[in-house]
Design a protein around this ligand. Structure first.
Ligand SMILES: [Zn+2]
Length: 254
């Protein structure tokens, strides 16, 4: 049976409150064996930790997401450093830069992101990167700190950017957006990415499929991402499942 790994799903989200355990079980029965759940703010640290403790298939990472940059403080970074020194946590993130939304303080984003790269390097943990309108900026930070132990989730850069980034050892995550038949540019770019650098994600509950707008993504939807991406890449679905799961296991050491 296929054993897929969802490299990015916000299972702690309140939109899963009523049926979380059932959804996890359904996905597992269908072949999604493990889930990586990144925290987005200090408030969620305990939530994702508890989720990972409760479900053997769930792993958590801790980080401060640029989307909530106004909320983050120096104390949050200290709390992150303390939490990262405890066992169980498998990565730093979700962190990164969002230059798409104009109301987010870019200087503060840069400071908070760089601090998290330093922490990841210190604790030798992989980074889960949120990158919107800032592929080169995020890659420059990785270069500055000479640290490439990372996955850029929901990657949407150019083929040339993908080439440079994967050559440095960074993985790229792809989810429902790549399944959209209108997303020709994205699909062409993905075709140029080496299989041993690709990870799969649902980014649930957000990032709906093009034909299911307004509905939450479910853990089981990773099967559809795998199936449709395999078609785009012209590879066997089983091959893609096995290779992407191996990639996630290698980066996150799970
Ligand atoms: Zn996310």
């Amino acid at each position: 049976m296929t054993r897929l790994i969802d490299s990015h799903i916000h299972l702690d989200d309140d939109r899963y409150a009523s049926d979380r355990a059932e959804l996890i079980k359904m996905a597992q029965m269908a072949g999604v064996s493990q889930f990586i759940v990144p925290a987005v703010s200090r408030k969620r640290f305990a939530t994702v930790q508890q989720l990972a403790m409760k479900h053997e298939s769930v792993f958590h990472t801790l980080g401060l997401h640029p989307y909530y940059i106004d909320q983050h403080s120096a104390e949050d970074l200290e709390a992150l450093a303390t939490a990262l020194s405890q066992p169980g946590v498998i990565g730093v993130g979700e962190c990164g830069l969002d230059h798409f939304l104009k109301n987010l303080d870019r200087n503060k984003q840069q400071l908070v992101f760089e601090a998290q790269v330093v922490l990841a390097k210190h604790f030798k943990l992989p980074l889960i990167l949120h990158v919107r309108g800032a592929v080169d900026d995020v890659f420059n930070v990785l270069k500055k700190h000479d640290y490439y132990h990372a996955v850029m989730h929901s990657f949407n850069g150019s083929a040339e950017q993908a080439r440079q980034i994967t050559a440095a050892g960074v993985y790229l995550g792809f989810g429902p957006a790549v399944c959209n038949p209108q997303a020709r540019k994205l699909q062409t770019m993905v075709q140029s990415v080496p299989l041993d650098r690709i990870m799969l994600e649902t980014d649930g509950p957000d990032q709906p499929f093009y034909d299911r707008y307004g509905k939450r993504n479910l853990p089981i939807d990773l099967l559809r991402v795998n199936q449709e991406l395999a078609t785009i890449l012209n590879v066997d679905a089983m091959t893609l499942a096995e290779q992407t799961a191996a990639n996630a296991r290698a980066l996150f050491r799970i």
